[in-house]
Design a protein around this ligand. Structure first.
Ligand SMILES: C[S@@+](CC[C@H](N)C(=O)[O-])C[C@H]1O[C@@H](n2cnc3c(N)ncnc32)[C@H](O)[C@@H]1O
Length: 401
C-alpha cells in the first residue's frame, strides 16, 4: 500500500504500513480518520490510537511535525471519554482516595485506570480540547494538562464560592432582639477578620509565604520537614527568582529533607548552612523525563539534621512505580509522587508526629501525612494551589478566625 494516498474509509487499519508511509499519506489518513471517530467503539478507538502512535514515530523519523496525528489522537481520546461516561467515584474527592486506588492492582491496571481518567477528563472539558486543537503544536499531553488545569480551576472556584457563602450567611445582630439595657447599636458587627490559616482535620494549611514569622513559629517541634522548593527552571509562573531562606527548618524539625531538583543541587548547597547528613535516591521505574544525560528518572533527596544520629536501619534508595502525579485533581506541574512522601514519612516519623512542608504545591505531603496518621503543617503561596488543596481535602476544611 505504500506510495498511494489512502483515506481512512478505503483503508482498513492493518493495511496502512507505518514503516513505509509517506508524510502526505500519514497526514491525509490522520485527517480522514477523524470523520469516523464519532461512530467508533472503544476497541476501534484504541486501535486507531495505537496506529497513530506508530505513524507519529514515522513522522518523527522523517523529520516532520506530528500535528495531524496528535489532533486525531486528542479527538479519539475525547470520544473514548464520552463513551466511558462520567468519572468513577475513585477519581472524585480526596487525593488519597485516588492514590489508594492507584496503588491497588498491577501496573497495567493502574495505567488503564489512568488512561480512562484522562479520556474522561478530555470529554468533560471540550473547551480545553478545542483550544489545543486550534493552537500551535497540538499534542495529547497538552490537551490533558489543560483539561486538568480547568478541572482544578473549577474546583478552586467552588471553594471560593463556598467561602463567600459562609461569610454572607453569618448571622447578623438584629438590634430589635437585644435587651433594652444594652447600648444601642447602629450597625451590625462586621464578621471577624479571617486569618491565613485553614484547618483540614488534624492538618494546618498556611496560605502565605513560608518565611512569614507566624508560619515559622508554628513549625517548632516538628519531627520532620520536607521541602520541595522551586528549582528556578522556569517550569511554571512560580518557578523563577526563588531564593532559599528556609534554614530555620533545621531548628524546627529533627530531620529536614530537601528535594532541590537535580539541576539545582549545586545552587542549593551553595546557599544552605543546614547540617548535611546523607542523601536518598528514589528511582522512578515507570517515569520518562528528560535530563542532561538524556533521561532523568530519579528523585534526589538531601537529608539534614542537628540530631546526634539519623540511623534508621534503612536503605538509602527506593524504587517508585506509582505515578501519582497523573491524578486529575491538580494542575500543579511539579508534584512529587505520593509514594515518595509516604515512604519518607514512614522512615522518619511515627504515627501522631508532625510533618512540616513549606512548599505544599498540590498538597502531596499533607495527603501522605493524612494517609499515614501524621499531622501536617504546610504553607503554599499560590492562591490557585491553596484552593486546590482545600478542595481536595473536601468537606471539613475550615478557615480559622
Ligand atoms: C516544587 S513545588 C512543590 C510541589 C509539591 N512538593 C507537590 O508535590 O505538589 C513548589 C511550590 O512552592 C510554592 N512556593 C514558592 N515559594 C514559596 C514560599 N515562599 N512560601 C510558600 N510556598 C512557596 C510554589 O507556589 C509551588 O507551588
Amino acid at each position: 500500500m505504500a506510495g498511494t494516498v489512502v483515506p481512512y474509509e478505503a483503508q482498513p487499519l492493518a493495511e496502512l504500513d507505518p514503516a513505509a508511509a509517506t508524510t502526505v499519506q500519514i497526514r491525509e489518513w490522520a485527517v480522514s480518520v477523524r470523520t469516523r471517530i464519532p461512530e467508533m467503539t472503544e476497541d476501534e478507538l484504541n486501535q486507531v490510537d495505537a496506529l497513530l502512535i506508530a505513524l507519529r514515530t514515522r513522522l518523527r523519523q522523517l523529520g516532520q511535525d506530528i500535528d495531524e496525528t496528535e489532533r486525531s489522537r486528542i479527538l479519539a481520546w475525547k470520544r473514548k471519554g464520552e463513551l466511558l461516561g462520567p468519572p468513577k467515584a475513585e477519581f472524585r474527592g480526596n487525593q488519597h482516595t485516588a492514590s489508594a486506588a492507584l496503588e491497588n492492582g498491577n501496573a497495567a491496571d493502574q495505567r488503564d485506570r489512568q488512561e480512562r481518567a484522562r479520556a474522561r477528563l478530555l470529554a468533560k472539558h471540550p473547551e480545553a480540547v478545542e483550544e489545543v486543537l486550534s493552537g500551535p503544536k497540538p499534542s495529547l499531553n497538552k490537551a490533558i494538562n489543560l483539561a486538568k488545569r480547568q478541572e482544578a480551576a473549577a474546583k478552586a472556584t467552588k471553594v471560593a464560592e463556598r467561602m463567600a457563602a459562609e461569610i454572607e450567611t453569618r448571622p447578623l445582630v438584629i438590634v430589635d432582639d437585644l435587651d433594652d439595657e444594652l447600648p444601642e447599636v447602629d450597625e451590625p458587627e462586621p464578621p471577624a477578620a479571617l486569618s491565613n490559616w485553614w484547618q483540614l482535620g488534624r492538618h494546618l494549611l498556611y496560605c502565605g509565604d513560608s518565611t512569614d514569622p507566624e508560619f515559622v513559629e508554628r513549625t517548632r517541634g516538628a519531627r520532620l520537614a520536607f521541602a520541595d522548593p522551586p528549582y528556578n527552571a522556569g517550569k511554571a509562573d512560580w518557578d523563577h527568582g526563588f531564593v532559599w531562606a528556609h534554614d530555620y527548618l533545621a531548628d524546627s524539625a529533627e530531620v529536614v529533607l530537601v528535594t532541590p531538583g537535580i539541576s539545582a543541587v549545586a545552587d542549593f548547597f551553595a546557599v544552605t548552612r543546614m547540617p548535611y547528613r546523607w542523601s536518598i535516591a528514589a528511582h522512578i521505574t515507570n517515569g520518562m523525563t528528560r535530563g542532561a544525560l538524556g533521561f532523568g528518572n530519579w528523585i534526589y533527596t538531601a537529608v539534614f539534621s542537628n540530631a546526634r544520629s539519623i540511623h534508621r536501619n534503612a536503605q538509602d534508595h527506593m524504587a517508585l512505580s506509582v505515578d501519582a502525579s497523573s491524578t486529575p485533581e491538580s494542575g500543579h506541574e511539579s508534584r512529587k509522587p505520593a509514594r515518595l512522601l509516604v515512604n519518607l514519612i514512614d522512615l522518619f516519623t511515627d504515627e501522631g508526629d508532625t510533618v512540616v512542608d513549606p512548599f505544599l504545591g498540590s498538597g502531596t505531603t499533607l495527603f501522605a501525612a493524612d494517609q499515614t496518621g501524621r499531622a501536617c503543617i504546610g504553607a503554599e503561596l499560590n492562591p490557585t494551589y491553596q484552593a486546590e488543596i482545600i478542595a481536595r481535602y473536601g468537606a471539613g476544611a475550615v478557615r480559622l478566625p
